[in-house]
Design a protein around this ligand. Sequence first.
Ligand code: TXA
Ligand code: MG
Length: 327
Amino acid sequence: MSRIVLANDQSIAEAAEHIAQGDIVVLPTETVYGLGADATSDEAVQKIFDAKERPAVNPLIIHVANREDAFLYAQENEIARKLSEIFWPGPLTLILKKREGAGISTLVTAGLNTIAVRMPEHKVMNQAIKQSGKPIAAPSANKSGEPSATTPQDVAQSLGDKVDMILADGKCDIGLESTVLDLSGDVPTILRPGAIKKEDLEAYLDVVEVDEGHQEKPKSPGQLLKHYAPSLPVRLNAVDVKKGEALLAFGPIKFMGIEGGGAAKDLPEEQCLNLSEQGDLEEAAQNLFHMLRALDKPDYNAIAVMNIPNENIGVAINERLRRAARH
Ligand code: TXA
Ligand code: MG
């Protein structure tokens, strides 16, 4: 099993040392836990793909601790500069044209001429990046195809002995992966919705498009692949609970029934988890992946999920849920 080590100056220094030496380490970020490696080393980056069993066609995000460093690896443009000043550090990943010869492993970009960069807002992560002296490639710390992991225990459950060290800093603040914004084409396009919303970006840009990922050749290779899916079927917009289902609730469930008789509020505690009893979307986002994982047990035949309002971070929650339900 992997070692879960609480983040402090000493363990951060140890994690940074592992990264510098070409090993993979799990690091906390404000969005989800990341599986980090030195982005300049083919060998180190290959370890990420191996541990996650991630298809080589799916490129990785480079994490930097200083705004300027992003533009060592990605070509700067006016919009990117402006957005980086406004939203970094924070949960926004920018896709830009790659700078050739900047030393990033070609495995990171999966053969594309673009590169994904982000400056996280997490003290531990940023300290680890600085101390390693490397740009850190880090996908979400989960087996490819599974929901992302937002607690150290979920990381350990998903990656098992594939990784030596999990640098732990509790539950991730946001709980959903960063917004991915493609600035490499003519029109800024959201490839993955997240905590930084379309409206937030529209305050600074004339037009923002959203790539729903339905077309033959989506811009983000990750959109092609099975994603965020628990092993159980997921049933959306549930207004009742069918026999054998677990319930992922949102808001009050006082009046929700179970098919064939009974009330959802009387389900065993572990069979009914509530994303947010108060109906708070940010709390729901923070709980989403952890609760999906917790309900994903052979004891049930499906996970029924109540309707989540499609506003604010609810847009990103619903996108993840649609993917979870598609498989
Ligand atoms: O919040 C996050 O972004 C987390 C934390 C750890 O930073 N990371 C994360 O990485 O979610 P990952 O690898 O699970 O998701 C990255 C997504 C994938 O869908 C990938 O296809 C897309 O970003 N991506 C990466 N590079 C790209 C590129 N050059 N062009 C288009 N999409 C790209
Ligand atoms: Mg991922």
